[in-house]
Write a protein that binds this ligand. Sequence first.
Ligand code: G
Ligand code: G
Ligand code: MN
Ligand code: NA
Length: 254
Amino acid sequence: TLLEADLRMAVARGQLRLYYQAQFGQDRRILGAEALLRWEHPTRGQVSPGDFIPLAEASGLILSVGHWVLETACTQIRAWAAMPETRELRLAVNVSARQFQQPEFVAEVLQVLKDSGADPSRLKLELTESMRLEDIEDSIDKMHALKAHGIAFSIDDFGTGHSSLAYLTRLPLYQIKIDRSFIRNLPDSQNDAVVAQTIISMAQSLGLEVIAEGVETESQRIFLERHNCRVYQGYLFSKPVPLGQFEELLNVTD
Ligand code: G
Ligand code: G
Ligand code: MN
Ligand code: NA
């Protein structure tokens, strides 16, 4: 397609950007951010990753796009290390199934960390629950290899996939992200309340951090807090924003 031809050149032409969406804890303290990809298309304007990521996956372009995202995120982690206000932030990066399944994935991440000088313990990799970790043993090995360097893993969109509990306990995870479809109708929806509470208590039993995404209202946040979810992401605090705006948020909350 035309869009695919354009995407092929987007990296080289500097049309990709990372936006940053804050992840926050109690008292609205910013703990870190999720890096979210944006494509500034010369004629179409901003193209949503929801539209071009599937295209990039199908064509294999996701490998160069994903590499650019990792490099850019790690360069940012390195820059933040120089300032006391940003030194402790963790930056989450979305990793696509195809990228993660590359035999060279571990070596690639370690090389990018080394080249950028970023502290690996500031990097968090988000794998989506629906990615069907094709070869579970291989996935576990890769995660352990990276975890040994301090890299954290989060399962994105949790609750929408098909992972069994048994499989979940075998992954060396740091965090579970409750999918925003379960947050949207809190606290009114009884069903969603039960799902959210169940995910939270399961995460706690497994010793994992749990973060709620798509938190838009104070009543949603309060519900989550009451049920022991203490880390949040969503429009209630901030939309994904360009770097400069994200850094302004940090100053405001000091
Ligand atoms: O930011 P937004 O809600 O538009 O993102 C839409 C989708 O694109 C989400 O599922 C998100 O995980 C995905 N996405 C955003 N940035 C990246 C990225 O850098 N890599 C991959 N693989 N997916 C991303
Ligand atoms: O799949 P993933 O969780 O990586 O995608 C994150 C997506 O969720 C991004 O596209 C981001 O723009 C979107 N998002 C983040 N916070 C909110 C929110 O509070 N409400 C809604 N509707 N979308 C959100
Ligand atoms: Mn994500
Ligand atoms: Na998600």
